[in-house]
Write a protein that binds this ligand. Structure first.
Ligand SMILES: [Zn+2]
Ligand SMILES: [Zn+2]
Length: 299
């Protein structure tokens, strides 16, 4: 049977099997936790769960294929533009500090890519699919149009390559983008989880579900763009985290089709005026979101 399959089909089936194993592990971890420590009462088989399962496989399989050429172009451009002596100096850093610098650099790149996805109407068309989820759990992490997913990842990789931490100059260096992407992906499932856990005084340092859930609130606030390091939002004046509550409603104002296929074509076909501008930034976040809420807002 195996001989009948081409190497590409065999690779595809292996990837699907690997992703199914990861999905089982994620489900075994998050589903019980989301029952025990739920931020909102919610069914396991919630609205849009089948669509999000489709996105889980799509978002895991496609970016690796789609990112190949842009990354090659990025590596070539960096090689042309960044002095070789700088790249060589960075290559001599020990692995641990190099990984920390890589994590921060990737997060800064991701922050700006994500922020632009809210501020530029064309990018918001694609990113709005991620925000259309009306119930949030760990699986919403993968609910993203492939263009949106690839753009976010690519923006994260730009500073990494410019700093000489993403080039395949050694086996260790080629590992760094993989490790950083893996940490970001695992944390991404956590911050979307329907979990009421809070980190108290550390919440400005490491992101929590509450921090990211506020990014998804239906009343648009255009805050909290970081995925793992909220202090980057503090630095750029977009940090918002009420001390007690979670948002009461998630989603977007525009009507999103239900099926995955329709959603994939939605940004390309849509000429609706909803998309002539991205979600407006809220000027008075405290009073507009919840008048009774004591907000922790650092600028
Ligand atoms: Zn967003
Ligand atoms: Zn999200």
């Amino acid at each position: 049977m195996e001989q009948l399959l081409s190497p590409q089909v065999r690779q595809f089936l292996t990837d699907v099997y690997r992703l199914s194993v990861w999905l089982t592990i994620l489900t075994v971890i998050f589903v019980p936790l989301e029952r025990l420590f739920a931020a909102h009462p919610q069914k396991i088989f919630r609205k849009q769960i089948v669509t999000d399962l489709g996105y889980y496989f799509l978002s895991s399989l496609l970016p690796a294929v789609l990112l190949g050429y842009p990354i090659a172009l990025l590596a070539w451009s960096v090689h042309q533009a960044v002095p070789a002596t700088f790249l060589q100096t960075m290559a001599t850093l020990p692995l641990f500090p190099k990984t920390i610098v890589a994590l921060v650099a990737t997060e800064v790149g991701y922050y700006w890519g994500h922020r632009l996805s809210h501020e530029i109407p064309f990018l918001w068309k694609f990113h709005s699919i991620h925000h259309s989820a009306e119930q949030i759990d760990y699986l919403v992490n993968t609910r993203a149009h492939p263009i949106d997913m690839v753009f976010g990842r690519f923006c994260g990789l730009i500073p990494l390559y410019v700093l000489g931490l993403g080039g395949p100059t050694s086996t260790k260096d080629s590992l760094i983008p993989v490790v950083v992407t893996l940490i970001g992906t695992i944390w991404g499932f956590f911050i979307h989880a329907n979990l009421k856990w809070r980190f108290g005084p550390l919440e400005w340092l490491i992101s929590t579900p509450a921090f990211h859930h506020w990014h998804h609130t239906k009343t648009p606030i255009n805050r909290n763009y970081s995925s793992t390091l909220p202090w980057i939002d503090v630095m750029f004046g977009t940090f918002y985290l009420p001390s007690r509550e979670f948002p009461t409603a998630y989603g977007i104002r525009a009507k999103m089709p239900d099926s995955l296929v329709d959603q994939l074509f939605y940004p390309l076909e849509r000429s609706n005026s909803d998309f002539t501008s991205p979600q407006p930034a809220m000027t008075d976040t405290k009073s507009s979101l919840d008048p009774d809420e004591e907000a922790v807002e650092i600028r």
